[in-house]
Write a protein that binds this ligand. Structure first.
Ligand SMILES: Nc1ncnc2c1ncn2[C@@H]1O[C@H](COP(=O)(O)OP(=O)(O)OP(=O)(O)O)[C@@H](O)[C@H]1O
Length: 483
């Protein structure tokens, strides 16, 4: 079936109490309903005084377009600008048509109603399209123009509930535990938005040590669950039996050694957040169990009966889950359920030297405090360069650990001798000549900006001509960087 759904436009669909034939609903029927071949128009109105107008509008449409199937539906809404209430109601309606093609006529309604459409379109994973009309007053041919609102929808679990924000500020606050540099600012900004939307499952992807757990905790702390429990668990550390028991608990006597009832993490975190790290490593059996938990919102302790839980689930993986799905090692349906709000953290290499430098300074200051040192470490230029040229396969964690190690083993001034040999060995393959470093850096930045010399020069803080001259000098060809 092909359905059109829209709200009654209480002001614009009427003119002095009469149906406005230039109004959005009438216009839609006049110009687009038959052309699109709809089977039904679900015309929504809120209770109270709108029941009369909706009948009037339906009668007029029935008379002028007898073939059009119009189904008025009164929806009980206490407050037409209460987003949470409206969203819950329209979500239920849309889910009734989950097998159908649904065109949402976006224009009529309050802004909360429009926002509810938008959220449903982007999060419910249904076959919806958002449509608005440009009034004939603004078109060349005296006919309204139909426009599709181009936003990607994602395939995600049904029943996402937006809880209204309870924090007072619109953006997150920085604390001294975080360093949010340019490249990860957008990730944290998105994570903040994710945090404001309750019950949305998040998948954080990124190499080991890039800060996935850090980000998961940030989401919990900025969510309405921040006063409840947050429990992280590394799924790869357990076999199936142990993981199942850790997550869902067990009853006394469920297996040898189960001498008493034991609560699982999901129960302990009821009302809070569970962070499942290394989710790509769980077996197909556990994938199936987890999928059921996500679908039913209930857990079954080993040897027990199902129990409802209210837990926000954040997951992370340093493996590419799409690749795992393609290789049949991970279930697509579970992937879609987890990947409702994907977040990806870049590696230190991708973040570049500038940010590595900032992270070094950040941890030098932070560790002075946490390790209760009297004086702050200072790195000689050569020592610092060694760190900047290192590969950092272990990302932020490796960098943080190294600064701690330097605090333990070095005097106030850190020289090349203090830098561990694995860092120096990694560096020795690369020349430390300034020209070579500059060449490598230009190569890196040009790759980052796909050969765009203007942006690369800007990023490096040099003139475009200077960049061109240097590229000539080092024999770097712009063509090689174009995609
Ligand atoms: N934005 C940040 N600011 C300051 N420190 C950070 C930031 N992100 C991560 N860290 C620190 O880096 C270390 C590694 O981070 P985290 O444990 O979150 O990485 P991870 O990606 O979860 O690692 P793994 O894949 O091994 O589980 C932690 O000690 C964390 O405190």
């Amino acid at each position: 079936m092909k359905i059109l759904v829209s709200w009654l436009a209480y002001n614009n669909d009427f003119d002095n109490g009469q149906v406005n034939t230039a109004g959005p609903t009438y216009n839609y029927h006049q110009y687009f309903f038959e052309q699109e071949g709809y089977d039904q128009h679900l015309l929504l109105a809120t209770e109270s005084k709108e029941d009369l107008p909706i009948t009037r509008l339906k009668n007029k449409l029935d008379a002028d377009f007898p073939k059009h199937n119009i189904q008025p539906k009164i929806i009980s809404i206490n407050d037409p600008i209460d987003l949470k209430e409206i969203k819950t109601k329209v979500e239920q309606i849309l889910l009734e048509y989950s097998d159908d093609e649904i065109d949402i006529f976006f224009s009529p309604g309050t802004s909360a109603m429009q926002l509810a459409w938008y959220i449903c379109h982007t999060t419910l994973g249904l076959q919806t399209r958002l449509i608005q009309l440009r009034s004939s007053r603004f078109t060349d041919d005296d006919k309204p123009e139909r426009l599709f609102i181009d936003v990607e929808s994602t395939e995600i679990p049904k029943g996402v509930i937006l809880k209204q924000k309870q924090t007072s500020s619109d953006t997150f606050e920085y604390t001294e535990d975080y360093l949010i540099t340019d490249s990860i600012k957008p990730v944290y900004e998105n994570a903040y938005k994710v945090a404001q939307t309750d019950n949305v499952t998040t998948l954080i992807q990124g190499e080991t040590g890039t800060g996935k757990e850090h980000l998961a905790r940030f989401i919990h702390e900025n969510s309405i669950r921040n006063n409840s429990t947050y429990i992280p668990i590394n799924c790869s550390a357990f076999n199936d039996d142990l993981l199942e028991s850790r997550l869902f608990g067990h009853k006394k006597g469920a297996f040898t050694g189960a001498n008493e009832d034991k609560e699982g993490i999901f129960k302990k975190a009821d009302g809070g957040t569970v962070f499942l790290d290394e989710i790509g490593d769980i077996s197909s059996y556990m994938q199936q169990v987890l999928l059921r938990v996500l679908e039913e919102k209930e857990i079954t302790p080993i040897g027990g009966t199902p129990e409802k839980v209210d837990v926000r689930i954040i997951t992370a993986s340093n493996k590419d889950l799409v690749e795992l799905c393609k290789e049949d090692l991970f279930r697509w349906d579970l992937f879609y359920r987890l990947n409702v709000a994907p977040l990806e953290l870049p590696s230190l290499q991708e973040r570049g030297r500038d940010e590595i430098e900032k992270l070094i300074s950040f941890f030098v200051k932070q560790k002075k405090k946490t390790l209760k040192k009297d004086s702050q470490l200072e790195l000689t230029k050569e020592a610092r360069n060694l760190l900047l040229n290192y590969g950092w396969a272990g990302n932020i964690r490796e960098l943080e650990n190294l600064i701690e190690r330097l605090y333990v083993f070095s005097d106030k001034e850190v020289t090349v001798e203090d830098i561990p040999s694995f860092v120096k060995e990694n560096n020795s393959e690369k020349s430390l000549l300034l020209d070579d470093i500059e060449k490598r850096h230009i190569d890196y930045v040009m790759t980052l900006y796909d050969g765009n010399q203007t942006r690369s020069a800007e990023a490096m803080g040099i003139a475009l001509n200077t960049l061109k001259n240097k590229m000539d000098k080092y024999g770097l060809d712009r063509q090689n960087y174009l995609n």
